[in-house]
Design a protein around this ligand. Sequence first.
Ligand code: ADP
Length: 461
Amino acid sequence: MKLRKINRLLVANRGEIAIRIFRAATELGIRTIAIYSEQDNVSLHRFKADESYLVGAGKGPIEAYLDIESIIDIAKRNDVDAIHPGYGFLAENAEFAKRCQEEGIIFIGPSPELIEKFGDKVEARNMAIQAGIPVIPGTAEPIESLQDALLFGKQHGYPIIIKGVSGGGGRGMRIVRNQEELKEALDRARSEARSAFGNAKVYLERYLENPKHIEVQILGDEHGNIVHLYERDCSVQRRHQKVVEVAPSLSLSGKLREEICQAALKLMKNVGYTNAGTVEFLVTPDQKYYFIEVNPRIQVEHTITELITGIDIVQAQIRIAEGHSLSDPEISIGSQAEVRTNGYAIQCRVTTEDPENDFFPDTGRLLAYRSGGGFGVRLDAGNGYAGAVITPYYDSLLVKISTFGVTFEQAAKKMLRTLREFRIRGVKTNLPFLENVVTHPDFLSGNYDTSFIDTKPELFA
Ligand code: ADP
């Protein structure tokens, strides 16, 4: 296969992930191009790129980054070879990936066909079933009527979780504990799904009590080589959204870890997956694992896998998109046997949310911003500087702190020290809450599942 050299890379995103990708590209000698909305006129990601262009003029803050034709136009006018979508915005938009292809621009990610398939969670489940991977009892099709839902409840029992077919970010999910709650929950889930994802279709799954969220990082090249980079434990969640992630998981036996990683690999091999992706599972207290979904893109928490494997996943994505194989010196991953992990890593998502006001996003000017640091500490920040204005328009993620230690205890101690070194004034953050999480005895012993935050009022103290 012919290599396609990427000389000029546009990142169709903002904030910390745009900066993360610029850094990866710059190290590879690639010229970086930012896009920014009118509202992001002075945002840091704009100035971290070699060039920057206004996108979606006259559009709203989110709509600007979703303006496919404006992005393609900027790319064409500025000789862009490739576009990296980051996460969120257009990262899982098959139409965008297709438009890039049509214009001869490399889209850094899997094929539009796979983005589309994995974007439909019912179809994703069916692909997992085809690969022989355990799924949670659920509906094989989106449900059409209350009758279908009632029937499912009769057959499989309660509790049930209602999920949007195009769902994401933990939104639009509803837990139903008995038949009486079903009708109202279904109506609400549908209308939430419609307004959040533009698709009112929902499906049902049995709701598992107290599972762990375990996900496996995958990298595949365009020559049929595919490896996993082991797992992340993302069970520390608030309202089904990840808050703190750990790699590797403290609580999987060697055998179960191997089974889950192999299952993820099998699914992705089966569909001919290329580039970076993540297969997510739930693991029940009786040590059974079940597929939940595939995220066909880079994830927020990829940093901790990088820390324990030494592999730069974003650079690997770029090289894969150029046509390199995993064993080429440009990627240097080689075979599965050559992927090794060392030590432990933890990531905390520092957000501008007020823990005292039900984590409502706070906004305003950062009057002080002094970050922690030191050996074993990695920071991925968006607008993290004194004087920056935190607007209400975007995700409240301010900085990701990732720490590495030879032992988990070391990584946790570094995390606590770093959280305490931070001084952020002017805007409320969840720093005190994160301190409570990383010092909690259940967190430190690995004895936690997705109910951890909801069942520990002491974390909010
Ligand atoms: P999203 O794409 O919105 O993030 P996921 O399907 O990945 O949705 O699920 C997010 C989280 O919701 C999971 O990590 C888990 O905590 C919870 N969850 C999802 N499905 C189930 C289920 N069937 N039983 C119990 N918890 C679930």
